[in-house]
Design a binder for this molecule. Structure first.
Ligand code: GLY
Length: 369
């Protein structure tokens, strides 16, 4: 079953098409958007091996040159940005043409940024192939690359012309990647929809086991929530920051683990959400049972839920706080965190006691929760 979710942004509005088999229907969906029957596809080696020929067949008579890049976070670099933009120019991509980003978050962010700056902005379509990209990074127009000082520090807001989230391709993901993406799905329930979190508690295990209808529904509800928040606050002057629940902790843990295989982004988000709830409970903002309920669900899903689940050594609490202070959300040197009054009720605050934060992190590093 196919769902379409509208991202309502005036002249820059677009649809997120969600459902199985959308790669096969890509030509039908994209043809009305194209001034001529041609797209330029940017992808990575793993995704190309799994899906490029399916997309080619789905595009039918639409011509499709493709640039295949190495997989991994290292590709979100200045060097890759130069390679993509120069390749797009070589392909004679014009203002009204469409660049297609076929892949996970790395490809979507990179190709989207290249589209944002090429000829001062060409159109692009996201075809996200990871769960994380389908529920989060492909929607909302954040594009960019990493700088030597941190992730996503160079970029632009550039909304896609359409998003095709083919939920059938999720079956090809390694289970660890699928569950990491599920960390972002859980985030939506935790930040703004208690009934969605309860739905995930009921259906999460079947969804992870491969039920395609449940997967489609989880993607639809996540995208609908993101679309609604982005429509309210496209450039993150306010509520959009709620989408960063768990992310300040996550970014510190990712930096501490060298952005390596020890911790995938979505795993860090899940752990970060448990820490945000633990801190919220310690501050008396939410009931003591809430962090345990979050951890219980992640545990049932077989996911990392505690700092102690990250293999290898980690720096101490002060060093983690230092890494948290490098977050983009810092304003005038003040840490801003997303905390919660309960499941489904997150808010942004700078009012965080450093001592309490330090003790939560120390206890977490000790494996106490
Ligand atoms: N991933 C957070 C946002 O799009 O705002």
């Amino acid at each position: 079953m196919r769902h379409d979710v509208r991202v309502d942004l005036g002249a820059r509005s677009y649809d997120v098409h969600i459902g199985p088999g959308l790669l096969d229907q890509a030509g039908e969906i994209l043809a009305p958007l194209l001034p001529r029957p041609r797209v330029a596809v940017v992808t990575d080696r793993n995704v190309a091996d799994a899906h490029l020929e399916t997309l080619r067949a789905g595009l039918g008579g639409i011509d499709m040159p493709a640039l295949v890049l190495p997989p991994g976070e290292g590709t979100k670099s200045w060097a890759a940005l130069q390679q993509v933009t120069e390749w797009l120019l070589d392909q004679r991509v014009e203002r009204r043409d469409v660049v297609v980003a076929l892949g996970g978050g790395v490809i979507g962010d990179l190709a989207g940024f290249a589209a944002a700056i090429l000829r001062r902005g060409v159109r692009f379509v996201q075809i996200p192939t990871s769960l994380l990209a389908q529920v989060d990074s492909s929607v909302g127009g954040k594009t960019g690359i990493n700088a030597s000082t941190g992730k996503n520090l160079v970029g632009a807001f550039h909304q896609p012309t359409a998003v095709l989230a083919d939920t059938g391709v999720l079956a090809t993901l390694p289970p660890r990647d699928f569950l990491a993406g599920y960390g972002e799905v859980v985030k939506y329930g935790l930040l703004g929809d208690a009934s969605f979190f309860a739905w995930l508690e009921t259906h999460g295990p079947d969804l992870a086991a491969g039920d395609t209808d449940l997967r489609g529904e989880a993607v639809r509800r996540s995208v609908a929530m993101k679309a609604e928040i982005v429509a309210r606050d496209e450039t993150e002057q306010g509520d959009r920051a709620l989408l960063n629940l768990g992310h300040t902790f996550c970014h510190a843990l990712e930096a501490a683990t060298g952005y390596s295989d020890r911790l995938l982004h979505g795993e860090g988000v899940a752990i970060g959400c448990t820490l945000a709830f633990e801190l919220s409970a310690r501050m008396g903002l939410c009931a003591q049972e809430e962090p345990s309920r979050v951890r219980a669900h992640l545990s049932e899903m077989g996911m990392k839920r505690r700092i102690a689940d990250i293999p290898g050594d980690l720096p101490d609490a002060d060093a983690l706080i230092e890494l948290m202070a490098q977050d983009k959300k810092v304003v005038d040197g003040q840490l801003r965190l997303i905390l919660a009054r309960g499941i489904g009720d997150a808010f942004v605050t700078s009012d965080v006691s450093p001592d309490l934060l330090r003790s939560v992190l120390s206890e977490a590093l000790d494996g106490q929760f």
